[in-house]
Write a protein that binds this ligand. Structure first.
Ligand code: GLY
Length: 570
């Protein structure tokens, strides 16, 4: 994770040769771009992990598109300019509140291939084989992103060829990479060599540096097939052939049948209220966020959190304890509801949550039973973006390859990275995955099943009007970051910039550690340690993106300072 200043201008002053004439690259918008961290307008906004993706979305708004058009253009552009997490080889969730008052949630989470089975990552002694669910072909679930895009395209206004245009151009002509992207690509060179039978464009023996041009011709061809053939341009025909051939080369499981049978699913949104005036719309299972967020918010709802203040010992203690309790439930109960009966109503009910809080002690840390402590994996992994338009449509989407650059395998000839989402299943009950998260039967591997996720795209209404559109990447820290950002704004009255950029913390029951960002206040850490917490500093938590709409219609968009994230509006 790269720490960037709160606001900076990234100007690449390079000169490239084009035929015989010299082109001054800084005149070209894909070679010179700004990172805007905080913008205020009236008509609409887009905030995402990369300026070129936010700009692609903004162009659609300016050309008469709505927030869904902007979201699709942004998502497709991210698949090109942010290969570590933007994708067409992964999956995600879409949450929307349309101007007509309808709430929509679309699940395009990856699925286990039909040939997957419960113990596929265990050795003959029933022990998890390290890395097997994380690296290479066998780690990949059946991708859902393209099916997802076409399932919400029905809410868009512009022709699909226009929405995918910026992505095709960026892939075909190339764009200048940032210092963070160069560093991330350099960090993964050995993996790209190890997990690919044909070297992908991401391999550069001399090393990547800021301003280098990344051209992805194979990806451009795949995007053109999607433009021309729609969803079949990915799940059938040439792209399917390239995926299946890649699987054969690397002993992966995804088959023609898996691809043809994949479909995104419109689900009933998780909708709950907080303190009477707020309604929160978020993703239901297989997003654990759709359970954990209402659990955590309801456990603090009657406890006067606002009186404690932001990042005081009292508020962090209370919030960390509800995080601990929610994560303990996650491990036991949560999985794909199409395969496992989850007691959703009970888990988010006030009586149940009151009972859960009955042992809360204001003076001391709770104790998680130590089963097997995992290590929090520090990676940018997932990506989140928000769009809002002048009609009042809001879209909040989180997509993922899971780890940074997914399983590190690129589909040769098709130019896109595959996910390693199979690691989000519980490979064996009680054994932590790469995020240190533990699961059981509810999240065991089964053919066609969706693995449990933490992605929590969310929209908040205030007195039934759009108020906040938000989300973040960050593996298991996603739900706790969304929770904290909401409490910062709704309970502590902080500005959106402060809520996004101030240090965050995270507790997930196991390991029994309270993780804090590096600039977390030291006196609070000392107090928490005295109360029994094991506190551990870690790198940045998430990259939260927020759009806030005021009652008078002012639109404010904030991009997280922790990455290359960018907010655009008009
Ligand atoms: N792969 C991260 C998540 O879905 O939670």
């Amino acid at each position: 994770m790269h720490m960037n200043p709160k606001y900076y201008i990234f100007t690449i002053l390079l000169i490239i040769e084009s035929g015989s004439s010299t082109v001054f690259a800084q005149r070209n918008p894909v070679l010179t771009y700004h990172f805007k961290k905080h913008v205020i307008c009236r008509n609409g906004a887009v905030v995402s992990a990369h300026p070129l993706a936010s700009i692609a979305g903004l162009q659609m708004l300016k050309q008469g598109g709505n927030a869904v058009d902007a979201a699709i253009a942004t998502q497709l552009a991210l698949a090109v300019v942010y290969p570590g997490a933007g994708n067409i080889g992964g999956g995600g969730f879409m949450v929307a509140r349309l101007a007509n008052g309808s709430n929509i949630t679309i699940d395009f989470r990856e699925k286990a291939p039909a040939a997957a089975y419960r113990n596929m990552y265990l050795d003959s002694n029933q022990n998890v084989i390290p890395g097997k669910s994380e690296n290479g072909h066998l780690a990949a679930g059946v991708p859902g992103s393209v099916a997802g895009i076409f399932s919400y395209y029905k809410y868009a206004k512009l022709p699909f060829s226009k929405l995918i245009g910026p992505a095709i151009n960026l892939a075909d002509k190339g764009f200048a990479i940032t210092a963070a992207e160069a560093s991330d690509l350099n960090d993964h060179q050995e993996d790209f060599k190890k997990y690919n039978s044909r070297l992908p464009v991401f391999v550069k023996n001399s090393g990547w540096k800021a301003g280098d041009i990344l051209i992805q011709k194979d990806l451009a061809k795949t995007l053109r097939r999607i433009r021309d053939q729609g969803v079949r341009g990915f799940y059938e025909g040439e792209t399917a052939r390239l995926i299946v051939e890649e699987m054969h080369r690397g002993k992966g499981l995804i088959s023609y049948g898996d691809l043809k049978n994949y479909s995104a699913k419109e689900r009933v949104p998780m909708l709950f209220t907080f303190k009477k005036d707020y309604s929160i719309i978020t993703m239901p299972l297989p997003s654990s966020g759709g359970i954990l967020l209402p659990q955590m918010m309801r456990m603090v709802e009657d406890r006067n959190l606002n009186q404690f203040g932001f990042e005081t010992t009292e508020s962090v203690h209370l919030m960390a304890e509800v995080e601990r309790l929610a994560y303990a439930d996650r491990a036991e109960y949560l999985g794909d509801v199409d395969f496992f009966k989850v007691p959703v109503k009970t888990l988010i009910s006030y009586p149940y949550l009151k009972e859960r809080m009955k042992n809360f002690n204001k003076d001391s840390a709770g104790k998680s039973d130590i089963i097997k402590a995992g290590v929090i994996h520090e990676s940018e992994e997932t990506t989140h973006f928000d769009t809002y338009d002048k009609e009042g449509n809001c879209v909040s989407i989180t997509t993922t390859l899971n780890d940074g650059y997914g399983c590190r395998t690129v589909v040769a000839g098709a130019g896109f990275l595959l996910n390693n989402e199979m690691d989000d299943f519980s490979a064996k009950p009680g054994v932590p995955n790469m995020y240190g998260a533990i699961g059981g039967d509810a999240n065991a591997i089964a053919p066609g099943k969706r693995m449990l996720s933490s992605m929590t795209p969310a929209i908040v209404l205030y007195r039934s009007k759009p108020f906040l559109v938000l989300g973040t990447p960050g593996g298991t820290t996603i739900t706790t970051s969304v929770f904290q950002t909401l409490m910062d704004i709704m309970e502590f009255g902080m500005s959106v910039s402060e809520a996004v950029n101030k240090p965050k913390f995270h507790h997930q029951w196991l390991p029994d550690i309270l993780y804090v960002e590096k600039d977390f206040p030291k006196p609070v850490i000392e107090q928490l340690e005295k109360m029994g917490y094991q506190v551990q500093e870690r790198e940045a938590i998430g990259r939260t993106e927020v759009i806030r709409i005021s009652l008078s219609g002012v639109v404010e968009a904030v991009a997280d300072w922790r990455g290359d994230d960018d907010a655009e509006c008009y």
